[in-house]
Ligand binder design. Structure first.
Ligand code: MOS
Length: 727
């Protein structure tokens, strides 16, 4: 189905199931521990052996010698695979660093071997007997010392640099100016379920039961690396215990399980052990950002500039921290620039709203600082500089943009008018209390997505698509879409996800999964409706599907009868034309935070949080809310805790476990409120929905930072805001 012109009426506009707050249909499986995660799939292949991954102990250099003798002779060992005996491996498209390193070592804990044994304990014990001699080289590990050497680099959502008007002249001439530097640290996805895979070969056909966000990408990538035809690789990932971007691409577990299984001639399971998760996989790269804003005395922005420096391995990409600054606020003269330095740390890549999440951490402090210079309320300052068109390309309107409404609505609900604009003036016992606000912004991406839908003789509708559910609620919103379209109750819909044998979906990433995958299911259902109508001799435009029946005129046929013994199936997908270019599609929101800072110790506690979001039709308010409050929690992590600490001599992240890498726990998070504004976006898809999850993180950290400033009068521009920075 092509989606070139916006649909004005469609069955999704007469909603009974879509838009309802159903609990997750996979919830009982999750809460009873019966949803099988990759490592637990004991039944998929018999006689599974265990692989244990060995990570490189240097940040850069070469393996001078590797002695496998003792390990090979250890009890239970079936095979040891290294780059020396793995055979020729192709260069994947998705990975910057090799998933199996050696002799060259590109980063610390790059996998250099997998030991396969009968039991996990045997594999681990044998791995400890491998002797590796390294020739260490001096690597580059310190971003701050490399900013001069950093080079222009495109970002995922567009070019690296943009310019409109004459930024330098307009900034110099502006009566009120801000020029400030901010920094965000390296961060880890730190999902609960580590990367894990069971691999089994049948001849030259490989099956990987794994944990992955993007099935088609990863099946193709593994085929390329292993140099087997694409159709020979099957991936199956029905349940994913968190991803946050870390499972967009295959990691060492998948490749080493496949290589281990080939060598041992047995199915092999590999999970990356927790200490490897932080340096072996990808992370969110650190940024240094410079923001300049110039405005008239009455608060109109005339010049806005945002530069960002980040680092990655050779062949990597810059963090897209400037993305939102191209779109969020008006201003005739503007520039953005992205600079990438070569760093020998582990591979940087997408994590939890890559680009906007880091960019908003800086931009939305800068807006707060600028409002203070202007003597304006920071919410008012943002409202005053709203734009309804893409400020870099004024001929492109936003499809929907309710930033001002979100800010106003949120300010009222939060009691923003009670904020004292003078910092450090509000006391509650030992606590200094402050309020902060920030805009939320994240782009909405359109991606081709397909599904297969089948109605069987018992009236059950089965949906199959390679879409994944990474804890987001995909199962549920897909079931709701099919139930709505086919006129059956939710319980009559079965959803099967995550298998590369199914039609290719949008997958889970960049908050594009919900809108696009349900639009693909919509398209397949339209086709199935047509097929059923045709079979019954109904005019397909008149046929109505409701309450388990197909109706046209005075004829009514139960779906069970319409399906017949054999059942009836249809496959289709949604394909977008030029929509995303004619309209700028983005999602908007506003975050409000109240913090208390202990006047003696500077301990920071978040006391209240509120978000108001406008993100198209909300397909399921319950699962969408869960996504947003989860994202708000991650925003608190980014503001106050999360930081991979770089050892700048040896070149690795020091705090590589969940004890040293701190994330918020329940006790850190107060009651969170969040509201969605009414919105349908006919430009976004037939569902008129948009992405919603990642919007929830973008801006939160700055709202916390602004609240800390309002509480204490100390402006911290380097995340995380730990108490030492306030004393
Ligand atoms: Mo998201 S970081 O694009 O999975």
């Amino acid at each position: 189905m092509k989606f070139d012109s916006p649909a004005t009426t469609n069955p999704i506009d007469r909603l009974k199931v879509v838009g309802q707050p159903f609990s997750r249909i996979d919830g009982p499986l999750k809460t009873t521990g019966t949803a099988p995660y990759a490592y637990e799939r004991h039944d998929v292949a018999p006689n599974q052996a265990y692989g244990y991954v060995v990570g490189a102990a240097i940040g850069k250099g070469r393996i001078a010698g590797i002695d496998l003798g003792k390990a090979k002779a250890a009890p239970g060992v079936l095979a040891i695979v290294t780059a020396e005996n793995a055979g020729k491996l192709g260069k994947g498209r998705l990975n910057t660093a090799k998933l199996l390193g050696g002799p060259e070592i590109q980063h610390y804990h790059q996998a250099i071997a997998v030991v396969v044994a009968d039991t996990f304990e045997q594999a681990r014990a044998a791995a400890a007997l491998i002797r590796v001699d390294y020739a260490r080289e001096q690597g580059a590990f310190d971003l701050a010392s490399l900013t001069d050497k950093a080079k222009p680099n495109p970002i995922t959502s567009g070019p690296g640099d943009t310019a409109v008007g004459d930024f330098a002249a307009a900034f110099a001439a502006a009566p009120v100016r801000l020029d400030a530097r901010y920094s965000t640290p390296d961060e880890a996805h730190a999902m609960m379920e580590p990367h894990a895979t069971i691999a089994a070969w049948q001849g030259d056909k490989l099956t990987l039961w794994t944990s992955n966000q993007m099935i088609a990408w990863n099946a193709a990538e593994m085929a390329t690396i292993l140099d087997v035809p694409k159709e020979n690789v099957r991936l199956d990932s029905p349940f994913v215990g968190g991803g946050f971007g870390g499972k967009l691409f295959p990691r060492a577990d998948a490749l080493l399980a496949a290589l281990g299984a080939r060598a041992a001639k047995r199915p092999v399971k590999v999970a990356l052990q927790r200490p490897l998760m932080f340096n072996n996989t990808t992370h969110r790269p650190a940024t240094i950002q410079r923001i300049r804003i110039g405005a008239t005395a009455d608060g109109k922005i005339t010049a806005i500039g945002h530069e960002s420096w980040s680092g990655d391995l050779v062949g990597g990409k810059a963090d897209g921290a400037v993305a939102q600054t191209r779109l969020l606020y008006a201003g005739a003269h503007r520039m953005t620039a992205t600079r990438l330095a070569t760093l020998d740390l582990p591979e940087g890549n997408a994590m939890r709203a890559p680009g906007e999440a880091t960019g908003m951490m800086a931009l939305e402090i800068a807006m707060d600082e600028m409002a203070e210079k202007l003597g304006m309320d920071p919410v008012q300052f943002r409202i005053l500089n709203d734009t309804q068109v893409d400020p870099e390309k004024p001929e492109r309107p936003f499809s929907q943009r309710q930033l001002v409404e979100c800010l106003r609505n949120g300010a009222e609900r939060f009691g923003w008018n009670r904020r004292n604009p003078q910092p450090g003036r509000v006391r509650d016992g030992r606590w200094l209390v402050g309020m902060g606000a920030a805009a939320a912004f994240r782009n909405n991406l359109l991606t081709k997505s397909a599904a297969r839908v089948r109605l069987d003789g018992s009236g059950i509708v089965t949906v199959e698509t390679d879409m994944t559910d990474i804890g987001t609620g995909s199962y549920t919103i897909i079931a709701q879409t099919a139930a709505e379209m086919m006129g059956v109750p939710l319980e009559r819909v079965k959803v099967r996800l995550g298998d590369s044998a199914f039609p290719v979906s949008a997958g889970s990433g960049g908050q594009w999964g919900g809108n696009n995958s349900t639009a693909g299911v919509y398209a397949a259902c339209v086709k199935l409706r047509e097929a059923i109508a045709q079979k019954l001799g109904f005019n397909s435009t008149e046929a109505e599907f409701a309450e388990g029946e197909v109706r046209a005129g005075n004829r009514r046929v139960p779906l069970t009868q319409a399906a017949g013994e054999a059942g009836i199936a249809a496959e289709d997908g949604i394909e977008y034309g030029d929509l995303a270019k004619k309209y700028q599609q983005s999602t908007f929101g506003a975050h409000f935070v109240e913090v208390g800072v202990d006047a003696a110790t500077a301990e920071i506690r978040v006391r209240r949080m509120l978000a108001v979001c406008a993100a198209g039709r909300i397909l399921n308010p319950k699962t969408a809310r869960s996504q947003v409050i989860g994202a708000m929690t991650m925003g608190v992590g980014a503001a106050l805790m999360e930081e991979l600490v770089v050892d700048k001599r040896a070149g690795f992240f020091v705090n590589h476990d969940l004890a040293g890498y701190e994330v918020p726990v329940h006790a850190d998070i107060p009651h969170q409120e969040m509201f969605f504004l009414d919105e349908t976006d006919p430009m976004s898809s037939p569902m008129k929905a948009k992405g919603v999850a990642e919007l929830g993180i973008c801006g939160v950290a700055a709202a916390v930072a602004n609240a800390v400033y309002n509480a204490t009068g100390v402006r911290v521009r380097d995340y995380p805001i730990t108490l030492d920075k306030l004393l």
